[in-house]
Design a protein around this ligand. Structure first.
Ligand code: 13P
Length: 280
């Protein structure tokens, strides 16, 4: 189960890479990277994607890549406040869901996540919670900035989630400044709970910053923006020079290949320093 993988990762001081995917090509590229590395990965869908397409298509794409490319992939629902959508993903067979009540009062966050956990765990689905808030925007999900207090971390951890995202000034999208990052907040969270922590806003952080987060207890690291950049590059590479016509086959192949290379790079970094020779 994904919760055991996350606990083991925190214990080993490594992190599982979690990539936001909104189409079959990117899921396939991420699964190719998992196969190439021999390391499990999390493929995550935004709540906006599921609200737009329903559960059948994303789950169908995921099942295909899991069956035909690499079985060591886990499907996760990123930031979601919508209890109906969460239930739909649990019923449809997602491996993990995130209840993001970080914008609410901690008492409300705790009450709602307790209900989500009860239903999810009955269905063998893991749950990610969040305290504090991640700035910026991720596929329609906006959060205001707040730094997670030790009290809030402790309260949410006691509700029994499988992992916990910590707001410490981290940002979805590009980092215009790193001055917002308060590493003491993350370190304190790691001392407050033994739960695997989750680092959101992975794009734009340096290897040193990733290692610092892993040392503090982060066992899942989310990457979205870097894969969005891959889309722009793939479109450019598959456009003919004479006129602006995209070659569809080239576009799909480029997307898979570039996603694979980008994902593999993050997977390798998150395995940690002891595997710097590239062997797992
Ligand atoms: P980035 O867009 O900064 O990679 O963040 C992704 C994320 O945290 C998704 O929840």
């Amino acid at each position: 189960m994904v919760s055991e993988l996350l606990r083991a990762a925190r214990y080993e001081k490594t992190a599982i890479a979690a990539f936001n995917c909104s189409a079959f090509d990117s899921m396939a590229g991420v699964a190719m990277a998992a196969k190439e590395s021999g390391v499990p990965v999390i493929i995550q869908t935004s709540a906006a994607l599921v609200a737009t397409l329903g559960t059948a298509l994303p789950k169908g794409w995921f099942d295909l890549v899991k069956k035909h490319i690499c079985s060591d992939c886990y499907l996760h629902l990123d930031h979601c406040q919508d209890l109906v959508l969460l239930k739909n993903c649990i019923d449809a067979g997602w491996d993990m869901v995130m209840y993001d009540g970080s914008a609410d009062k901690i008492e409300d966050n705790c009450r709602n996540i307790t209900a989500v956990i009860a239903y999810a765990h009955k269905n063998n689905v893991a749950v990610e919670g969040e305290v504090g808030g991640v700035m910026g925007e991720e596929s329609g999900s906006k959060s205001s900035n707040a730094y997670a207090s030790a009290r809030d971390v402790s309260m949410l951890a006691q509700c029994g989630p499988d992992c916990l995202a910590i707001g410490f000034g981290n940002v979805h999208g590009s980092y215009k400044t790193k001055e917002t990052l308060n590493w003491d907040v993350l370190v304190q969270a790691g001392k407050t709970t033994e739960l695997p922590l989750v680092l959101h806003g992975g794009s734009g952080l340096t290897d040193t910053e990733f290692f610092k987060a892993i040392d503090a207890g982060c066992a899942k690291i989310n990457i979205s923006t870097e894969l969005k950049r891959v889309y722009a590059k793939a479109v450019k590479n598959s456009t003919t020079s004479m006129e602006v016509v995209i070659q569809p086959l080239k576009l799909h192949s480029e997307l898979m290949q570039l996603t694979m290379e980008t994902a593999l790079n993050f997977i390798t970094i998150f395995r940690g320093r002891k595997n710097a020779n590239g062997k797992f």
